[in-house]
Design a protein. Structure first.
Lengths: 117, 115
């Protein structure tokens, strides 16, 4: 499979459940990102990993816990979520973060549609 | 904090009509600008980007965008839309201050093209 894949594509969970979202990239990139896409709100950057180190954590509640075991895989562990956490969670990848004044294009996965009951 | 505004949330056009989607950002320094498109059921994908040079950039599928620095704008245009352009369009900004690759997105514009 090519590009960025995400599993599952749809997830329904209760507030007391623990689940994980998985992202895999087949592009040889070494930076990965989690975004949250809620209805009528801008896409929000949640976490950034570069060379398997977390380099960005945008004040995300601790009930979301990312994990990047290697440059091709990214997980988002979920526990005791709230109904307002229902959203589309997008993963993206790029070449590793460059220094100031440069940018590497991000490629997005199809997302996981999460519903918290 | 920087922000990106897309003024049109829903746009409905007939085939062959011209399209212009507005995008404004609030940051006075150097930026990279992007338009992404999300077709129904598909991944978010890059439509076009501006880094430097000619402020009129051309992207895929006949789309273009013009960077007007004085207006902090990066509007998306297409002279004649097709039914297949029905999608959601997102404007995004990357601010070039330390640790690039941090995109700030607008809320998106849902475009529906009718036959």
């Amino acid at each position: 499979e090519t590009g960025v894949t995400q599993t599952p594509r749809h997830l329904v969970m209760g507030m007391t459940n623990k689940k994980s979202l998985k992202c895999e990239q087949h592009l040889g990139h070494n930076a990965m990102y989690w975004y949250k896409q809620s209805a009528k709100k801008p896409l929000e950057l949640m976490f950034v990993y570069s060379l398997e180190e977390r380099v960005e954590n945008n004040s995300v509640p601790s009930r979301f816990s990312p994990e990047c075991p290697n440059s091709s895989h990214l997980f988002l562990h979920l526990h005791t979520l709230q109904p307002e956490d229902s959203a589309l969670y997008l993963c993206a990848s790029s070449q590793a973060l460059a220094g100031a004044g440069s940018y590497n294009e991000q490629f997005f996965g199809p997302g996981t549609r999460l519903t918290v009951l | 904090a920087q922000s990106v505004s897309q003024h049109n949330h829903h746009v409905i056009l007939s085939e062959a009509a011209s399209l212009e989607l507005g995008c404004n950002y609030s940051y006075g320094g150097t930026v990279n600008l992007f338009w992404y498109v999300q077709y129904p059921g598909q991944h978010l994908q890059l439509l076009l980007k501006y880094f430097s040079g000619d402020p009129l950039v051309k992207g895929i599928k006949g789309f273009e965008a013009e960077f007007i620095k004085s207006k902090f704008s990066f509007n998306l245009r297409k002279p004649s839309v097709q039914w297949s352009d029905t999608a959601e369009y997102f404007c995004a900004v990357n601010i070039l201050t330390g640790g690039g690759n941090k995109l700030t997105f607008g809320t998106g514009t849902q475009l529906k093209v009718e036959l």
